[in-house]
Design a protein around this ligand. Structure first.
Ligand SMILES: [Zn+2]
Length: 154
């Protein structure tokens, strides 16, 4: 998702500023570049009264946006096909057990997440949220343990 911070302007003078006008042109270019956005020759209009419900010609949509602004909370243009991707990046190192039968060694239950390498926009300390269930299981194993089946003892 690109930076769309230019989208929200309040006053008509602000709506005429160059970065806003260029941004609206960029929005129209993006929306019209995806064929499935066209219905009856028009695209959905994200002006606050049209609310992506009306299909209008791209010139009309541009006029709505240039004179009145975007609807609230439309920073990700998901209705127009923009993918919502979290701004995080990480590398995962996953271990598999290769002395299992071939049909088993690539199954998820025999793969182990061993290392998370943070990328340039990694979640940092907020990665804790992803590991909550693992931490809970490890805490339970440490404090009360768990019954297991030992194949050597039968
Ligand atoms: Zn409109």
């Amino acid at each position: 998702m690109d930076d769309h911070s230019w989208m929200y302007r309040d006053s008509p003078q602000e709506l005429r500023k160059m970065d806003y006008c260029n941004g609206v042109q960029g929005f129209i270019n993006f929306a019209t570049s995806i064929p499935r956005n066209f219905t009856d020759g028009g695209i959905r209009c994200p002006y606050r009264k049209c609310k992506n419900l009306k299909f209008l010609h791209q010139d009309v949509v541009m006029i709505h946006l240039l004179t009145k602004g975007f609807m609230e909370d439309y920073l990700c243009w998901y209705v127009h096909g923009e993918l919502f991707v979290t701004p995080y990046s990480c590398w995962l190192v996953i271990l598999t057990i290769y002395n299992l039968p071939p049909g088993m060694c690539m199954r998820p239950e025999f793969m182990f997440l061993s290392i998370v390498i943070p990328g340039p926009s990694s979640p940092g300390r907020n990665i804790d949220v992803c590991f909550r269930s693992l931490i809970d299981e490890l805490t339970q194993l440490w404090s009360s343990g768990a019954l297991i089946y030992g194949i050597s003892r039968k």
